[in-house]
Design a protein around this ligand. Structure first.
Ligand code: ADP
Ligand code: MG
Length: 230
């Protein structure tokens, strides 16, 4: 089944919010690097997944009603052993949720130069718009983000990156390496193309994306579909 078919099917079935796992699998399909991830249910499955991926791993609770995972204690970082994985599993299962619970076991990504936010929202007048910003307090506190109506050109993408106030953080700030701007441009273009081709998408959030000297990796994502029954 193509991505468009999957999205159409989910939208028709009334599923509005894709889990992090589903959202990242779609991103992988369109060529955006993600943290390698496995979806599990039982403790045994979870431990084998951790073993296969190789410690350290991250474990997160995937449930439809757990949206802001950290706030609910649903993100367990830097799990280094089988014992720690067992304990993390037990704690994740204790989180109150009405929905079906699954676990996303994923590779622990290396520390980035900085975290980025890349997103898409639907403007009532202009349709899909892309968003770019530096993650963490710069976005939360200072709302340091740039927007462009999709589809964007490579030139637009470059402008979006350069016009935020936090740009120096990507440009070798305080002796840190320069971030791979081309990788960000490429990612923005891929998302632009993706949302133009898939009208079912209402909102997308890649938060955070870890940016490096070479390449980037999406660590968390959420896709929201337009509901059929507004
Ligand atoms: P939330 O739903 O609260 O946004 P996230 O999945 O974004 O949860 O996880 C919270 C934070 O944990 C991220 O902003 C990131 O800093 C860190 N994190 C999450 N997943 C990973 C990972 N696979 N590797 C390294 N760090 C991670
Ligand atoms: Mg997040």
């Amino acid at each position: 089944m193509s991505i468009s078919d999957i999205l159409k099917q989910k939208a028709a079935a009334g599923q509005k919010v894709l889990t992090e796992y589903e959202s990242k699998e779609l991103l992988k399909e369109i060529g955006i690097p993600i943290t390698e991830q496995k979806l599990t249910k039982t403790k045994d499955e979870t431990l084998s997944a951790a073993e296969e991926l190789g410690y350290p791993v991250v474990m997160k609770l995937m449930a439809e009603d757990v949206v802001h995972k950290s706030d609910m204690g649903a993100v367990k970082l830097n799990i280094k052993s089988k014992e720690a994985a067992e304990q993390a599993f037990d704690e994740l299962m204790e989180i109150p949720s009405e929905a079906e619970k699954q676990i996303s076991v994923q590779k622990m990504a290396e520390e980035p130069i900085t975290e980025l936010i890349i997103g898409m929202t639907t403007d009532p007048q202009f349709g899909p718009a892309l968003m770019f910003g530096i993650g963490g307090i710069l976005v939360e506190l200072l709302e340091d983000v740039s927007f462009r109506i999709a589809p964007i050109t490579e030139y637009d993408a470059k402008e979006m990156i350069h016009e935020i106030k936090g740009f120096p953080l990507l440009d070798g700030f305080r002796g840190k390496p320069k971030a791979d701007i081309d990788a960000i441009v490429e990612t923005l273009m891929k998302i632009s193309d993706f949302v133009i081709k898939n009208e079912e998408i209402y909102e997308m959030d890649l938060n955070p994306v870890f940016i490096y000297k070479e390449g980037l990796i999406c660590v968390d994502a959420r896709i929201i579909l337009k509901s059929e029954t507004k």
